[in-house]
Ligand binder design. Structure first.
Ligand SMILES: Nc1nc2c(ncn2[C@@H]2O[C@H](COP(=O)(O)OP(=O)(O)O)[C@@H](O)[C@H]2O)c(=O)[nH]1
Ligand SMILES: [Mg+2]
Length: 237
Protein backbone atom coordinates (compact mmCIF):
# COMPACT_ATOMS: atom_id res chain seq x y z
CA UNK A 1 0.00 0.00 0.00
CA UNK A 2 1.31 3.48 -0.84
CA UNK A 3 1.93 5.57 2.27
CA UNK A 4 -0.48 8.48 2.31
CA UNK A 5 -0.45 11.67 4.35
CA UNK A 6 -3.68 13.60 4.75
CA UNK A 7 -2.97 17.31 5.21
CA UNK A 8 -5.71 19.13 7.08
CA UNK A 9 -5.38 22.89 7.40
CA UNK A 10 -7.32 24.31 10.27
CA UNK A 11 -7.85 27.72 11.75
CA UNK A 12 -10.25 27.70 14.69
CA UNK A 13 -12.17 24.60 13.65
CA UNK A 14 -12.67 22.99 17.09
CA UNK A 15 -16.23 22.04 16.27
CA UNK A 16 -15.41 20.10 13.12
CA UNK A 17 -11.77 19.04 13.09
CA UNK A 18 -12.21 15.93 15.25
CA UNK A 19 -14.89 14.52 12.95
CA UNK A 20 -12.82 15.36 9.89
CA UNK A 21 -9.82 13.45 11.23
CA UNK A 22 -11.92 10.44 12.23
CA UNK A 23 -13.76 10.44 8.89
CA UNK A 24 -10.54 10.50 6.87
CA UNK A 25 -8.96 7.75 8.98
CA UNK A 26 -12.08 5.61 8.57
CA UNK A 27 -12.14 5.94 4.78
CA UNK A 28 -8.41 5.80 4.04
CA UNK A 29 -6.99 2.88 6.00
CA UNK A 30 -3.41 3.37 7.14
CA UNK A 31 -3.46 7.04 6.30
CA UNK A 32 -1.49 9.36 8.59
CA UNK A 33 -3.40 12.58 9.24
CA UNK A 34 -1.53 15.77 10.05
CA UNK A 35 -3.51 18.79 11.16
CA UNK A 36 -1.71 22.04 10.52
CA UNK A 37 -3.07 24.28 13.23
CA UNK A 38 -2.32 27.74 12.03
CA UNK A 39 -2.46 29.86 15.16
CA UNK A 40 -5.91 28.76 16.33
CA UNK A 41 -7.11 30.30 19.56
CA UNK A 42 -9.65 27.57 20.29
CA UNK A 43 -9.36 23.85 21.04
CA UNK A 44 -8.53 22.83 17.45
CA UNK A 45 -5.20 21.19 18.41
CA UNK A 46 -6.43 19.01 21.32
CA UNK A 47 -9.56 17.98 19.40
CA UNK A 48 -7.46 16.93 16.42
CA UNK A 49 -5.04 15.01 18.62
CA UNK A 50 -7.86 13.25 20.45
CA UNK A 51 -9.19 12.04 17.09
CA UNK A 52 -5.84 10.49 16.21
CA UNK A 53 -4.10 13.18 14.18
CA UNK A 54 -0.60 14.43 14.41
CA UNK A 55 -0.75 18.15 15.06
CA UNK A 56 1.68 20.79 13.94
CA UNK A 57 0.90 24.04 15.71
CA UNK A 58 2.49 26.91 13.84
CA UNK A 59 3.83 29.68 16.10
CA UNK A 60 1.86 32.28 14.17
CA UNK A 61 -0.57 32.36 11.28
CA UNK A 62 1.11 31.47 7.98
CA UNK A 63 -2.12 31.40 5.99
CA UNK A 64 -3.45 28.64 3.76
CA UNK A 65 -0.36 28.46 1.56
CA UNK A 66 2.22 28.30 4.33
CA UNK A 67 0.12 25.75 6.17
CA UNK A 68 -0.19 23.56 3.08
CA UNK A 69 3.54 23.80 2.44
CA UNK A 70 4.18 22.72 6.04
CA UNK A 71 2.19 19.57 5.37
CA UNK A 72 3.96 18.86 2.09
CA UNK A 73 7.35 19.25 3.77
CA UNK A 74 6.41 16.57 6.26
CA UNK A 75 5.27 14.36 3.36
CA UNK A 76 8.55 14.91 1.52
CA UNK A 77 10.85 14.57 4.52
CA UNK A 78 9.17 11.41 5.72
CA UNK A 79 9.00 9.80 2.29
CA UNK A 80 5.23 9.59 1.80
CA UNK A 81 4.07 8.36 -1.62
CA UNK A 82 0.93 10.47 -1.80
CA UNK A 83 -0.69 13.40 -0.03
CA UNK A 84 -4.35 14.33 0.07
CA UNK A 85 -5.48 17.79 1.17
CA UNK A 86 -8.70 17.93 3.18
CA UNK A 87 -10.25 21.03 4.76
CA UNK A 88 -10.71 21.13 8.54
CA UNK A 89 -14.14 22.74 8.36
CA UNK A 90 -15.98 19.54 7.48
CA UNK A 91 -16.79 20.44 3.87
CA UNK A 92 -14.84 17.48 2.48
CA UNK A 93 -16.27 14.07 3.40
CA UNK A 94 -13.72 11.30 4.03
CA UNK A 95 -15.40 9.18 1.34
CA UNK A 96 -14.71 11.90 -1.23
CA UNK A 97 -11.11 12.29 -0.09
CA UNK A 98 -10.73 8.55 -0.60
CA UNK A 99 -12.21 8.86 -4.10
CA UNK A 100 -9.78 11.61 -5.08
CA UNK A 101 -6.85 9.67 -3.67
CA UNK A 102 -8.02 6.51 -5.42
CA UNK A 103 -8.08 8.31 -8.78
CA UNK A 104 -4.54 9.53 -8.19
CA UNK A 105 -3.26 6.08 -7.26
CA UNK A 106 -4.89 4.54 -10.33
CA UNK A 107 -2.74 6.84 -12.43
CA UNK A 108 -1.46 8.24 -14.65
CA UNK A 109 -1.96 11.72 -13.16
CA UNK A 110 0.31 13.68 -10.85
CA UNK A 111 -2.47 15.81 -9.35
CA UNK A 112 -6.16 15.01 -8.98
CA UNK A 113 -8.66 17.67 -7.93
CA UNK A 114 -12.09 16.92 -6.49
CA UNK A 115 -14.60 18.99 -8.45
CA UNK A 116 -18.08 20.04 -7.32
CA UNK A 117 -19.07 20.91 -10.85
CA UNK A 118 -18.33 17.83 -12.89
CA UNK A 119 -21.57 15.91 -13.32
CA UNK A 120 -23.47 18.82 -11.73
CA UNK A 121 -23.07 17.56 -8.20
CA UNK A 122 -24.49 20.72 -6.70
CA UNK A 123 -22.99 24.04 -5.86
CA UNK A 124 -22.89 25.29 -2.32
CA UNK A 125 -20.97 28.51 -2.75
CA UNK A 126 -22.09 32.12 -2.91
CA UNK A 127 -22.83 33.86 -6.24
CA UNK A 128 -19.63 35.94 -5.94
CA UNK A 129 -17.60 32.85 -5.26
CA UNK A 130 -19.23 31.10 -8.20
CA UNK A 131 -18.17 33.95 -10.48
CA UNK A 132 -14.63 33.80 -9.14
CA UNK A 133 -14.54 30.08 -9.75
CA UNK A 134 -16.01 30.48 -13.22
CA UNK A 135 -13.50 33.12 -14.30
CA UNK A 136 -10.62 31.20 -12.78
CA UNK A 137 -11.71 27.94 -14.35
CA UNK A 138 -12.13 29.38 -17.85
CA UNK A 139 -8.76 31.07 -17.82
CA UNK A 140 -7.06 28.05 -16.41
CA UNK A 141 -8.72 25.73 -18.91
CA UNK A 142 -7.50 27.92 -21.76
CA UNK A 143 -3.94 28.02 -20.49
CA UNK A 144 -3.63 24.49 -19.24
CA UNK A 145 -5.10 23.05 -22.42
CA UNK A 146 -7.57 20.92 -20.51
CA UNK A 147 -10.94 21.53 -18.91
CA UNK A 148 -10.79 22.67 -15.30
CA UNK A 149 -14.16 23.10 -13.63
CA UNK A 150 -13.30 23.69 -9.96
CA UNK A 151 -10.00 25.53 -9.72
CA UNK A 152 -10.58 26.65 -6.12
CA UNK A 153 -11.32 23.21 -4.72
CA UNK A 154 -9.12 22.45 -1.74
CA UNK A 155 -9.81 18.72 -1.97
CA UNK A 156 -6.93 17.35 -4.02
CA UNK A 157 -4.28 14.68 -4.05
CA UNK A 158 -0.75 14.53 -5.39
CA UNK A 159 1.92 11.88 -5.77
CA UNK A 160 5.64 12.18 -5.10
CA UNK A 161 6.22 14.70 -7.85
CA UNK A 162 3.58 17.07 -6.48
CA UNK A 163 4.81 16.56 -2.94
CA UNK A 164 8.32 17.58 -3.99
CA UNK A 165 7.04 20.63 -5.87
CA UNK A 166 4.74 21.88 -3.13
CA UNK A 167 7.29 21.22 -0.39
CA UNK A 168 9.61 23.59 -2.28
CA UNK A 169 7.03 26.24 -2.88
CA UNK A 170 3.33 26.70 -2.37
CA UNK A 171 1.59 29.92 -3.43
CA UNK A 172 0.40 32.21 -0.67
CA UNK A 173 -2.38 34.35 -2.10
CA UNK A 174 -4.96 32.61 -4.27
CA UNK A 175 -3.54 29.36 -3.14
CA UNK A 176 -5.51 26.61 -4.81
CA UNK A 177 -5.71 28.30 -8.20
CA UNK A 178 -2.07 29.31 -8.25
CA UNK A 179 -1.04 25.86 -7.07
CA UNK A 180 -2.68 24.48 -10.23
CA UNK A 181 -0.79 26.98 -12.36
CA UNK A 182 2.44 25.96 -10.65
CA UNK A 183 1.69 22.31 -11.32
CA UNK A 184 0.96 22.97 -14.99
CA UNK A 185 4.15 24.98 -15.36
CA UNK A 186 6.05 22.06 -13.88
CA UNK A 187 4.55 19.78 -16.51
CA UNK A 188 2.42 17.81 -14.05
CA UNK A 189 -0.54 15.87 -15.41
CA UNK A 190 -3.72 17.20 -13.84
CA UNK A 191 -7.16 15.58 -13.70
CA UNK A 192 -10.46 16.22 -11.95
CA UNK A 193 -12.91 13.74 -10.49
CA UNK A 194 -16.47 14.55 -9.40
CA UNK A 195 -17.04 14.93 -5.66
CA UNK A 196 -19.81 15.98 -3.34
CA UNK A 197 -19.00 18.57 -0.70
CA UNK A 198 -20.93 19.66 2.35
CA UNK A 199 -22.01 23.17 3.23
CA UNK A 200 -19.90 24.95 5.80
CA UNK A 201 -21.15 24.18 9.32
CA UNK A 202 -19.78 27.20 11.17
CA UNK A 203 -18.05 30.49 10.57
CA UNK A 204 -17.70 31.88 7.08
CA UNK A 205 -15.54 31.30 4.08
CA UNK A 206 -12.30 33.25 3.92
CA UNK A 207 -13.24 34.24 0.37
CA UNK A 208 -15.43 37.34 0.63
CA UNK A 209 -17.62 38.65 -2.21
CA UNK A 210 -15.39 41.70 -2.77
CA UNK A 211 -12.50 39.38 -3.43
CA UNK A 212 -14.12 37.78 -6.45
CA UNK A 213 -13.05 40.50 -8.89
CA UNK A 214 -9.51 40.68 -7.55
CA UNK A 215 -9.48 36.92 -7.64
CA UNK A 216 -10.31 36.82 -11.35
CA UNK A 217 -7.70 39.46 -12.11
CA UNK A 218 -5.01 37.62 -10.17
CA UNK A 219 -5.78 34.40 -11.93
CA UNK A 220 -5.63 36.19 -15.29
CA UNK A 221 -2.13 37.43 -14.46
CA UNK A 222 -1.07 34.00 -13.28
CA UNK A 223 -2.51 32.35 -16.35
CA UNK A 224 -0.80 34.85 -18.65
CA UNK A 225 2.51 34.31 -16.92
CA UNK A 226 2.07 30.58 -17.34
CA UNK A 227 1.45 30.98 -21.05
CA UNK A 228 4.51 33.19 -21.46
CA UNK A 229 6.92 31.13 -19.39
CA UNK A 230 5.78 27.99 -21.13
CA UNK A 231 6.52 29.42 -24.53
CA UNK A 232 9.84 30.78 -23.35
CA UNK A 233 10.96 27.56 -21.74
CA UNK A 234 14.02 26.11 -23.48
CA UNK A 235 13.53 22.86 -25.35
CA UNK A 236 15.32 20.21 -23.32
CA UNK A 237 16.13 18.34 -26.53
N1 LIG B 1 -3.78 26.73 8.17
C1 LIG B 1 -4.72 27.62 7.88
N2 LIG B 1 -5.90 27.18 7.57
C2 LIG B 1 -6.83 28.09 7.29
C3 LIG B 1 -6.63 29.48 7.29
N3 LIG B 1 -7.78 30.10 6.92
C4 LIG B 1 -8.65 29.10 6.71
N4 LIG B 1 -8.08 27.90 6.94
C5 LIG B 1 -8.64 26.55 6.83
O1 LIG B 1 -8.66 26.18 5.48
C6 LIG B 1 -9.84 25.44 5.18
C7 LIG B 1 -10.60 26.11 4.06
O2 LIG B 1 -10.98 27.40 4.47
P1 LIG B 1 -12.35 28.03 4.07
O3 LIG B 1 -12.39 29.39 4.65
O4 LIG B 1 -13.45 27.09 4.43
O5 LIG B 1 -12.21 28.14 2.51
P2 LIG B 1 -13.27 27.69 1.41
O6 LIG B 1 -13.83 26.36 1.82
O7 LIG B 1 -12.44 27.60 0.18
O8 LIG B 1 -14.30 28.76 1.37
C8 LIG B 1 -10.60 25.35 6.50
O9 LIG B 1 -10.31 24.09 7.07
C9 LIG B 1 -10.04 26.47 7.34
O10 LIG B 1 -10.02 26.16 8.71
C10 LIG B 1 -5.34 29.93 7.66
O11 LIG B 1 -5.04 31.12 7.72
N5 LIG B 1 -4.43 28.95 7.94
MG1 LIG C 1 -14.48 25.63 3.52
Amino acid sequence: MPRTLAIVRALNEERTVGDVVADVRAHIPGCVVVVVDDGSTDATAPRARAAGARVVSLPFNLGMGGAAQTGYRIARDEGFDAAVQVDGDGQHPGSEAARVLGALLEGPHDLVVGSRFLEGRGDLSTPARRWGIRIASHLLSAVMGRRVTDATSGLRAVGRRGIALYARSYPCDYVEVEALILAARDGMRVAEVPVTMRAREQGRSTIRPAHALVYGARVAVGAASLAVTRRAAPDPG
